[in-house]
Design a protein around this ligand. Sequence first.
Ligand code: SAM
Length: 282
Amino acid sequence: MTRLSRLALACAACVLSLNTALAQTPSAAPATPPEAATPEYVPKQGQQGKDVIWVPTQQALIDRMLEMAGLTEQDYLVDLGSGDGRTVITAAKRGARAHGIEYNADLVALSQRTARAEGVSDKATFEKADIFASDFSKATVVTLFLLPELNIKLRPILLDMAPGTRVVSNSFTMDEWEPDQSAGGGPECSSYYCQAHAWVVPAKLHGNWRLANGELRLEQTYQKLEGTLLRDGQQHALSEARIDGRKVAFTAGGQRYEGELRDGRLVGRVDGGGEWSAQRAS
Ligand SMILES: C[S@@+](CC[C@H](N)C(=O)[O-])C[C@H]1O[C@@H](n2cnc3c(N)ncnc32)[C@H](O)[C@@H]1O
């Protein structure tokens, strides 16, 4: 667990049973289907969930998380463990299609009622399901407020999503996959669980690429990049190299290369040198 998550959990000690540290023993599947949940149902902060308890993200942080994701009307957001539906409903109110996956049937029914009451049930949908048995690969934005170890379990699934997919987590990080951005919820977010982290799923570029006049050898660690450009018989180490979704940029031999992955090829421009392209060699 990172220092930040330990701190977050320590802060949480002063707030209700939320510091049962979200780590819970799995509960039995709810007996009540979503439609049968009573309208009076009121969830309690800290109530047991399948893999993590329910604690709602504060509205100020939801707003910040959607800004960090750069959410647009073209996006399809999926909230993993959607609780009372607030992130999904906020995204739908901003014009995006949004979907919540939540194991607790009463929370699903409550979310559906709220979406109807807020007039966004056409864009905000919910299902009662286990996030670890669900396919959310079509999402362009994924939000989550789970636990460090659940984030790590989800990490390979997230990294297999389309390059450019944005992932935003309340409080918890992805261990060695460092966030591209971190930000607080601002003054309207009270002192606990007020930090969000965002990532852009990087294209998988590790390996050797053939250029017209040389070879590009890339060593990728998540969005970080190192490597060498062999050009016209000379070897240049890459510097200021990074992957941002489908885009790649690096400096080699005193020139800045910018490009993107398109149909399996890297294509782009090199400053002062026109266009460049590369195809996978291995
Ligand atoms: C900390 S709450 C976050 C709720 C919401 N995403 C938010 O930010 O307000 C985590 C939610 O995940 C749900 N949950 C726990 N394990 C789950 C699982 N395996 N599949 C789906 N939902 C799960 C819990 O019921 C709870 O509502």
